[in-house]
Design a protein around this ligand. Structure first.
Ligand code: ATR
Length: 274
């Protein structure tokens, strides 16, 4: 019998995780199955317990259950504790183990796949919700010169920056009152792309030849990716690579194997385009 894994979310129908993990399983020869499970908003704890009692080995968790997964975990990684959210669960004896691979997924896509240098660079993170919270810690680990969190509602940016005080050169700003600075890297972690919107940004926020990275992804370029291209970015990309890299880190945690991500990113891009 293969080992059973799944992603839980609401909604979940369009999740790319089964596609990605089945590819990883084929490539590595690991005997695993991976399904997408639609869970009612108030049924997450029960669904995890059922999955476990039926012999399930591990789960990915997506919107809106990442904070619930964090609360459910009896053992959490340092990454999960910093993010305040869990996207990867597995079972070990009586423990429910939780980790967060979103931030490392972003950093690996930037550093390994796109060859973007973060050390000593100025980084702007747009947004101060759950998505932003998951990526700030791993970005700070790359030793940027400064990391500014900018949000439409400035108090949320300040609260988030405070959580990372002492962990690196992190500052907060209002989206409409950004420091007059050209950033080397601008990461969009707002929910704007999901609604087909663009956070309002002054021209000159991104230095020409810099990097614009949208944590969301879509077949046609997102408004933010189009903005980056228009501002003269050397790299302006969506978060498809981050999606595959966070999945690869989950797979490694579960199976102890590091799958190749490049072919899966290419396959997914082709799949989206069709
Ligand atoms: P998530 O968990 O996906 O981050 P969230 O916690 O609801 O979701 O946070 C959404 C983020 O996107 C917030 O930072 C939000 O800004 P506010 O805190 O001011 O609401 C930001 N956001 C959503 N739509 C936006 C838009 N059109 N322009 C700028 N920021 C936007």
């Amino acid at each position: 019998m293969p080992d059973r894994y799944a992603v839980m979310g609401h909604p979940i129908a369009h999740s790319k995780s089964p596609f990605i993990h089945r590819r990883f399983a084929t490539e590595t020869g690991e005997p695993v199955t991976y399904d997408a499970l639609h869970i009612e908003p108030d049924g997450f704890g029960e669904a995890v317990a059922r999955f476990r009692s039926e012999g399930g080995c591990g789960l990915n968790v997506t919107i809106p259950f990442k904070e619930k997964a964090f609360a459910l975990a009896t053992r959490r990684s340092a990454r999960a504790a910093r993010a305040g959210a869990v996207n990867t669960l597995w079972f070990d004896g009586t423990d429910i183990c939780g980790d967060n691979t979103d931030g490392i997924g972003l950093v690996r896509d930037l550093v390994r796949n796109l060859a973007v240098e973060l050390r000593d660079r100025s980084v702007l993170v747009l947004g101060a919700g759950g998505a932003a919270r998951g990526i700030v810690g791993p970005l700070l680990d790359e030793s940027p010169r400064v990391l500014v969190i900018a949000n439409r509602t400035p108090s949320r940016a300040m609260d988030l920056a405070r959580c990372f005080e002492g962990q690196g050169p992190v500052r907060a700003a209002a989206l409409d009152a950004l420091p007059t600075q050209e950033f080397d890297v601008v990461v969009n972690a707002t929910a704007a792309s999901l609604a087909g919107d663009l956070p309002s940004l002054a021209s000159g926020t991104l230095r020409a030849g810099g990097v614009a990275y949208d944590t969301a992804y879509a077949a046609p370029p997102t408004p933010f990716v189009r903005w980056g291209t228009g501002e003269g970015a050397a790299v302006s990309t969506d978060g498809l690579g981050m999606l595959v890299e966070q999945a690869a880190e989950s797979f490694r945690l579960w199976r102890g194997r590091e799958p190749s991500t490049g072919p899966v990113i290419d396959a997914l891009r082709a799949h989206l385009a069709s």
